[in-house]
Design a protein around this ligand. Sequence first.
Ligand code: NDP
Length: 264
Amino acid sequence: MVARSVLITGSNRGLGLEMVRQLVLAPRTGNPKLVEAPRTGNSKPEVIIATCRSPHQAQKLCEVADNNKNVHVVQLDVTDESSYGSFVSRVGELVGPQGLNLLVNNAGVAPKSTRINMVRWQQVTDTLTVNTVAPIMLTKALLPHLKTAANQVEGDSLAVKRAAVINISSVLGSIARNEQGGLYPYRASKAALNAITKSMSVDLRGNNILVASLHPGWVQTDMGGKNADLTPTDSISQILSLLHQMTDHHHGQFYQYDGEQGRW
Ligand code: NDP
């Protein structure tokens, strides 16, 4: 299993929903290019905390939860810091004394038409709030549970099944690969998220918490659009295979869904 307990933000649709769906299935091989890491049994996570802004509107997610008792739908608008206290307590009740193994900062927004003459102040700040500020503050809030999980294991090796923060970033946040310009809010938010991954990796190494940025590929979701290269199934199955394999080597780095290292 990828980890005993997993928390995914923005899991009512798109990549977050697909991750919940695949986590409740038996583990799969995913990308044949990736060598499967040895697994500790064939079991599913015991606790999957699937967060979303509006559970009462999250029909597809609630169906998964109705059929899988290990899936817990919990309300969270990642920008609502005032709700973090009660949210973190609820997470503590769900994960118990073994702590939280894996936090996936997945929730994100991507405004369109953002050439230099079109971009608006509010668009930039709103995008940064969801894609950049929230992953920092939510990780900070959940650190006690992540540390508890990391402390269940002896030694200083890193693994997702021990404790990890995975920031869902984007190739559009890569400064090295930006040849088309534009997309100011989104590019800035994901470039900053990558900087955050690096800082967290330094700060949390001593706590034995693995931190990495992941680009999921260009995926057919509401955000990626119908013409995207990958289906959510393809992207997430490869991401789950990659998560299984992550070690100290991946710490503080930027990877694509298929295990190829990204350029910052
Ligand atoms: P979608 O637009 O399909 O889904 C976005 C998710 O984020 C929704 O669940 C949405 O919830 C949630 N969300 C947005 N704002 C908030 C908020 N304030 N609080 C809580 N949840 C929120 O996007 P994808 O699934 O495609 O994207 C998932 C991640 O992958 C994002 O971080 C994105 O940047 C990244 N990514 C996606 C790519 C793609 O091609 N699809 C490419 C590269 C990166 P709600 O329904 O309530 O709006």
